[in-house]
Design a protein around this ligand. Structure first.
Ligand code: ADP
Ligand code: MG
Length: 223
């Protein structure tokens, strides 16, 4: 069974009298442990697509299954619980807490989502810090880290709850070329190591080459 199954999904945004078809009749499936990118110019529907798969928004029509569960019909509360169980997120602007160290940023979802006791947390966090190559930086605050290092911490934070799926909307948009490629390769290594499926978007041609499967969006349609 595919990890993500998208059937006849359309998303129409309505602003006043104007309707924008951000996605039009998308059919797609994404397998477990795959490394998938959505590419296309600005406005082509990448963010809308990732928000649908990440259970952050609802399609106007169509059906979305993630990990065997139909998610488009879930209410807000159930959707939030499902996200906490199954999905990790990496953001374009890192979204680390500035007052927390790298270690504490990674610890946060274990406390807030997983309710793990302190004893159990430490081993998990040190392990994931080591996996992303940030163990020696664990006590640094975000503004003591480079952009690439911050995104490594964010990758660790996304993985620490052991999600089946990690979503990353333009995760390299605020990084220079070298850091961008390094972060994407780190994500791919984490896919290999933990079997996590990664879905990311980009409009950067240098990053696209790193994906195993690329879906191109043009005006809300798959090309
Ligand atoms: P991308 O991420 O590829 O730049 P988006 O998914 O953000 O594309 O946007 C796709 C289309 O949907 C664009 O035309 C955009 O203007 C429109 N759109 C996105 N979000 C909204 C919204 N909340 N309200 C109205 N229109 C939106
Ligand atoms: Mg976008």
């Amino acid at each position: 069974m595919a990890l993500v199954q998208i059937e006849n999904v359309s998303k129409i945004y309505q602003t006043g009298d104007v309707e924008v078809a951000a996605l039009s009749d998308i059919n797609l499936s994404i397998e477990k442990s795959s490394f998938v990118s959505f590419v296309g110019p600005s406005g082509s529907g990448k963010t809308t697509m990732l928000n649908m798969i990440g259970c952050l928004d609802m399609p106007t029509t169509g059906k979305i299954l993630v990990d065997g569960k139909q998610v488009d019909t879930l209410n807000r509360q159930k959707k939030a619980a499902f996200r906490g169980d199954v999905i990790g997120f990496i953001f374009q602007s890192f979204n680390l807490f500035p007052v927390l160290t790298a270690y504490e940023n990674i610890e946060y979802p274990l406390v807030m989502i997983k309710n793990k006791p302190a004893r159990q947390r430490k081993e998990i966090i040190l392990n994931v810090l080591d996996s992303v190559g940030m163990l020696s930086q664990k006590d640094k605050f975000p503004d003591q880290l480079s952009g690439g290092q911050k995104q490594r911490v964010a990758v660790a934070r996304a993985l620490v709850t052991q999600p089946k799926l990690v979503m990353a909307d333009e995760p390299t948009a605020n990084l220079d070329k070298e850091s961008s490629i390094n972060v994407i390769r780190l994500m791919r290594d984490m896919k290999d190591k933990f079997g996590t499926t990664f879905i990311f978007s980009t409009h950067d041609p240098r990053i696209m080459e790193e994906a195993e499967i690329t879906h191109t969006l043009v005006d809300g349609k798959l090309a």
